[in-house]
Design a protein. Sequence first.
Length: 258
Amino acid sequence: MALAKMGARIVLVARDKSRGDATLARLRDSAPDIAHSVHFADLLRLAEMKRVAAEIADHEPRIDVLVNNAGALFAKRRLTEDGLERTFALNHMAYFVMTAGLRERLLASGPARIINTASAAHQGATLDFDDLQSAKSFGARKAYGHSKLCNILFKRELARRLQGTGANCLHPGFVATHFGDQSGGLISRLIWLAKFFAISPAMGAETIIYLASSPDVAEATGQYFYKSVPIRPSSWAQDDRSALLLWQHSAALAGMEE
């Protein structure tokens, strides 16, 4: 809503049709002269992500800002139809496939901006490249932390590969959104209680809006932000070799060119 009020044309990707249509209606009411649009896809499925990225690339001659902002935490380990652990599939692979599918549009629109929503939950996380799907050991918070580390490492490799395109990520804080409502088990209950102490969605969006629109970060890339200020992530999140390995593994899992 904030970006639309600045004059941006918003292209949404939504899973739920009723919520997607409702958001589109709000955008159109707020800025009726701008042709906002919405596409629908199940972000847990690689084929769906490839399809919707191709649809957007086909419809949009340029993309100035890409915000990867989907995520969830799951109480139990389950696999998607692609054989991926759901946390890894949604929180990381959706970012990877969408960005790869829109890469040419982003490069053609340079200087474009890519913004990945990560989290302070990456602190303390490491990656086992022989067990990215948590088959050996699964914990909901552990898997979530791994996926947020992936978001930052992915940003790091993007910044190296896409010269002229800013790639940054952020920790929004703990925000009182629908996050965790469908996690299942005790986790959903604990998250519900914690939301009484969470910040509002408007406050949680501030750093995303800043990274998407501020001229102060027009040339910023490869950084991790909190409260619109660059901060240092964990040492693991700064490892170039891990960033490259993650990119290679992700490309192989997605069946895409490395």
